[in-house]
Design a protein around this ligand. Structure first.
Ligand code: HEM
Length: 552
């Protein structure tokens, strides 16, 4: 017979077991239901709770926190087009917990890029991504007025004198690459007939870093590029991805590699700079030579680590932007035999030697400024494939949206939209550059649109670069205002790119040298955009077929 105590113990066991099962069920139910509830609340909140009339419309999304991150991240253009159709030129979307207000069209660009840095601020938007990669005390790790002075110092190095020296160096680097790199083994066989192929982005990335280091970065970087510098660069570059933008610090190996590479790269440069200061490297045309003697308005000289970090920033700013543009240009040339032929004939006309087939005189800086077909190829490539599709600023103070850009009146009474402090505003030059209301056959890569001096393209360019138009000095020399133009591949306003002329020179020399020697074709057609990288890249496969030009 069981005693009373045994029965109690028995039941206590059952009870504990029952409680355990029940609590596991509760946990399981909660695990299933909490996200469901969050989704339900999020949807109800969007549908039922009236929004303030001054808040821009919110893009509908199912999952809280994630918001529209997936649609935006996969294809920002598609996302902008479909959101514009529903909400107009100004709308807010949730990007992993952040509220991002998109301002579309030339007026949207003007508002975001032309804004005061005390209100629409670049440092707050970018520093978490850039400072771990560039290093301290430069660019977005310093107040805006200090960065503007640093841009002025860099402009000293981007002088016409230096550019004259660079053209021959770039031409030589490309020729050596063709003669030695395994991607061009068929070319190296000296046989005219067979076709070879190369991976466009791989080849253009290598040519870009070789030519940038031979010119801007200087001989020390060029000499180290095939040794330990290359791996350090790769590790540092691994810290410049959309994941790093969204999550600045995660306990992952790529983040640790980024930090180690930043320190190593910074030490490399500091060592080069010390040697230069000690007397080596006089007569150099590179950026270290230009930065070494610069002084802030306060009278303080640039410190070694600041020069080092500016050099890293320039390397990162110019590398993917130029290599992506070069890759897209070559992909299109391979697809459009007529344009490639026009480009080649332009070279023959300007540089051919006494009609001798395949013989050219070397390029010069002055020549490069007067090659309309080459210019139109680069301009059109930057119109259809600007490397940076979204430009962001953090909102430091509540800011009204100009009524000429958008008002709530059309949908919900009169008034003005206000973007709240703490939000982010976003401009997309890509959107304006591909707008079919502005550009004829907007989505087609058609360099001839730049031939008509009165056409849309040239008037947009004139507005962007107008020598005689409105100019503003933000602290790094007067620049064309250009914030209203529908063509802004290099941004506009105080954060406008200072590498534009260098990029044209670098790309122009690379494309000229390649087109003089090679014919291209692309059986698979020009690939679509891959938006999963910081800079818009071509999707794979992106091989270009080539063969040595023959002259008979
Ligand atoms: C800024 C594009 C090449 C250095 C910018 C901006 C864009 C841009 C869109 C504005 C970013 C913003 O407003 O947030 C390009 C393109 C390039 C190119 C399309 C090549 C095809 C270069 C090169 C260098 C460079 C070669 C260096 C030599 C800079 C710098 C800024 C900048 C220093 C200023 C950033 C700021 O003020 O916040 N670039 N860039 N870029 N770029 Fe470039």
């Amino acid at each position: 017979r069981l005693s009373e105590e045994d029965i109690m113990t028995h039941y206590a066991g059952y009870l504990a077991q029952a409680q355990e099962i029940a609590s596991t069920r509760v946990v399981l139910l909660a695990l299933v239901n909490i996200p469901l509830l969050a989704i339900v609340f999020n949807v109800l909140w969007q549908l039922i709770i009236p929004r303030s009339k001054t808040d821009p419309p919110l893009v509908f999304h199912w999952i809280p926190f994630v918001g529209s991150a997936i649609e935006y991240g996969n294809d920002p253009m598609k996302f902008f087009i479909s959101s514009q159709a529903k909400y107009g030129n100004v709308f807010t979307f949730i990007l992993l917990g952040r509220k991002v207000t998109v301002c579309l069209g030339p007026k949207g660009n003007n508002f975001v890029l032309g804004g005061k840095s005390t209100v629409l601020n670049a440092e707050d938007a970018y520093t978490h991504l850039t400072t771990p990669v560039f290093g301290r005390d430069v660019v977005y790790d310093v107040p805006n007025e200090v960065f503007m002075e640093q841009k002025k110092f860099v402009k000293v190095g981007l002088s016409t004198d230096n550019f004259r020296a660079y053209v021959g160096m770039i031409e030589q680097e490309v020729e050596e690459f063709l003669a030695n790199d395994p991607s061009f083994s068929i070319y190296q066989q000296n046989d005219i007939n067979p076709w070879g192929k190369f991976e466009s982005v791989k080849v253009l990335s290598e040519i870009t870093i070789l030519t940038a280091s031979r010119t801007l970065q200087g001989s020390e970087v060029r000499d180290s590029i095939t040794t330990n510098f290359a791996q350090t660069y790769t590790d540092l570059d691994g810290g410049f991805t959309p994941i790093n933008f969204m999550f600045p610090n995660l306990p992952l190996e790529s983040y640790r590699k980024r930090d180690r590479a930043q320190k190593k790269m910074s030490d490399f440069y500091v060592e080069f700079i010390k040697k230069r200061r000690a007397g080596g490297g006089s007569g150099q045309h590179d950026m270290i030579a230009a930065l070494i003697n610069q002084k802030y308005r306060s009278g303080k000289s640039l410190r070694d680590h600041e020069i080092a970090h500016i050099m890293i920033a320039l390397l990162m700013a110019g590398q993917h932007t130029s290599s992506a543009t070069g890759s897209w240009a070559l992909l299109h040339l391979a697809d459009r035999e007529d344009v490639a032929e026009a480009l080649y004939q332009e070279q023959v006309k300007h540089f051919g030697i006494n009609g001798q087939p395949g013989k050219f005189r070397p390029l010069t800086y002055e020549d490069l400024r007067d090659l309309p077909v080459l210019d139109s190829v680069i301009r059109e490539t930057l119109r259809v494939h600007p490397p940076i599709h979204s430009i962001m600023r953090a909102v430091r103070d509540d800011v009204p949206i100009p009524p000429t850009l958008a008002t709530p009146s059309s949908k919900s009474g009169s008034g003005t939209y206000i973007v709240r402090k703490g939000h982010v505003v976003l401009a997309s030059p890509l959107f304006a550059q591909m707008d079919p209301k502005i550009w004829k056959n907007a989505s087609e890569w058609e360099p001839t649109r730049w031939n008509d001096p009165e056409g849309v393209a040239m008037s947009a360019l004139k507005e962007y670069t107008d020598e005689n138009g409105e100019k503003i000095d933000f602290g790094f020399g007067a620049v064309s205002k250009g914030t209203d133009s529908p063509y802004q591949p290099f941004g506009a306003g105080r954060h406008r790119c200072i590498g534009e002329q260098f990029a044209y020179l670098q790309l122009g020399t690379i494309l000229s040298t390649l087109v003089r020697k090679l014919e291209f074709k692309i059986p698979t057609g020009v690939p679509a955009h891959n938006y999963h990288t910081m800079i818009t890249m071509p999707k794979t496969p992106r091989d270009i077929h080539y063969r040595r030009r023959h002259f008979d």
